[in-house]
Design a protein around this ligand. Structure first.
Ligand code: HEM
Length: 409
């Protein structure tokens, strides 16, 4: 087994507060294709820094997503009290490989179809309209936090609608989902979030077993009852939780990042409005300011080598998605510019390989409905603070602003 390489590989302490995702990613890329990173709790891992290497990493079957294969878990250095445990040390499709992963993913791909998403369009349009109507009522001294009152409720409502989560539970679930992506949680906070979300989703599944409807929870239970694709009660609860977390913070970040990009690039906003280029806005926002910063982690099942760097079996390797979406090798020398007319090139905002995002179609639908509706209703929308005053979400996973104060007119 090769010695873990520390001496000649550059080391970067990842900022747990995600203060400067893009600057950090550029600095890492400049240091080389593979760097060592230090995670909260002084835990060391690797990161690859180019589009090409991340694309290879996420498609490579030798790279396990199961945290039980992490050598630091096996040695007891990482326990469930680690600040990132609520995100990393869970058992669901995100953290399984091969046949187990397929068994957990297949029921979702069978029931979460494009037509089910498209059927939700009228609900989405109506909800977006309602939220836009209500925005002035949230103004304090003429300023509205668009993240809290628009970007936040849109995706949570959609995922909850999909799974038939009762309306009055949605605000609390929103808070619990947000907690998972913070990388500065205490051990008590992690445990409390896990307990509460488990109780709520157990109640949801039990109520749907008793009273089926035209929703994804019922469809998954039904599939199990027919003897196809059986998920245990715990797997079903965990799958719903994956949707609530993976589908919420990411999509709200897409909306926040899209608004922020357009308000700071008025020429691009004019183009989007005049030429109805909202699909391009969504795609360029995903690339230029990808909602997922760094995803922990993948663990090689055997000793391996990436770009000439030996990496021992069981080391953790991060995929810095937001960083490589600005890799000039893939997106050109102007990769740092927000340009909705950019010819499409493959980006990794939704990941790749067998774990490619299951909600990409829903996220794109939400972006292409929410953004034009917002700018059509409030054509004079503007930021209420300088762009440099926007505070990032305290996370190296979620890449977005923690608040988006705007003036509506
Ligand atoms: C702009 C919005 C979104 C972005 C940027 C995004 C990004 C990603 C990325 C990068 C991954 C791969 C993670 C990895 O490599 O481990 C992923 C996986 C996943 N996403 Fe999304 N996502 C978004 C929206 C959604 C939505 C709306 C849903 C569902 C409602 C969703 C559900 C999932 C699920 C279930 C997985 C895990 C798939 C698997 O492990 O097989 N995502 N997403």
């Amino acid at each position: 087994m090769p010695e873990p390489v520390t001496a000649d590989i550059p080391v970067v302490r990842l900022d747990p507060l995600g203060t400067d995702h893009h600057g950090e990613a550029t600095r890492m890329r400049e240091l080389g294709p593979v760097v060592r990173v230090i995670l909260p709790g002084d835990v060391s891992a690797f990161a690859v820094t180019t589009h090409e290497l991340v694309a290879e990493l996420v498609a490579n079957p030798v790279m396990s997503k199961n945290w039980r294969n992490w050598n630091k878990v096996q040695s007891g250095e990482i326990t469930d009290e680690w600040p990132l445990a609520g995100m990393v040390m869970v058992t669901n499709m995100v953290t399984t490989d091969g046949e187990t992963h397929q068994r957990l993913r297949r029921p979702i791909t069978k029931t979460f179809t494009r037509s089910r998403v498209e059927d939700l369009r009228p609900h989405l349009v109506a909800n977006v309209g309602k939220l836009l109507d209500a925005l002035p009522s949230h103004a304090v001294d003429g300023v509205v936090d668009l993240r809290q009152h628009f970007a936040n409720p849109v995706p949570m409502d959609m995922v909850c609608e999909l799974f038939a989560v009762p309306v009055d539970w949605r605000p609390r679930l929103q808070e619990l989902a947000y907690n998972v992506f913070r990388t500065n949680n205490t051990a008590e906070e992690v445990a409390a979030t896990q307990r509460e979300r488990h109780d709520m989703l157990t109640r949801l599944v039990e109520s749907k077993r008793a009273d089926r409807g035209n929703d994804l929870t019922s469809a998954l239970i039904e599939l199990g009852d027919q003897g196809e694709e059986t998920l245990t009660q715990e797997e079903l609860i965990d799958s719903i939780w994956v949707f609530l977390t993976a589908g919420h913070e990411t999509t709200l970040s897409l909306i926040v990042n899209g608004v922020r990009a357009l308000l700071t690039h008025p020429d691009q906003l004019r183009l989007a409005v005049n030429e109805n280029r909202w699909a391009d806005v969504v795609e360029e926002t995903l690339r230029w300011d990808a909602p997922v910063g760094n995803i922990p982690a993948r663990y090689p099942l055997e000793d391996t080598e990436i770009a000439g760097v030996p990496i021992a079996k069981g080391e953790a390797i991060l995929a810095p998605y937001a960083g490589v979406c600005r890799d000039p090798e893939q997106h050109g020398a102007d990769a740092d510019n927000f340009d909705i007319t950019r010819p499409p090139r493959k980006h990794l905002a939704f990941g790749g390989g067998p774990h490619f995002c299951l909600g990409a179609h829903l996220a794109r639908l939400e972006g292409t409905v929410a953004l034009p509706a917002l700018f059509s209703r409030y054509p004079d929308l503007r930021l209420a603070v300088e762009p440099s005053e926007l505070t990032p979400v305290p996370s190296f996973v979620a890449n977005s602003a923690a608040a988006l104060p705007v003036r509506l007119d």
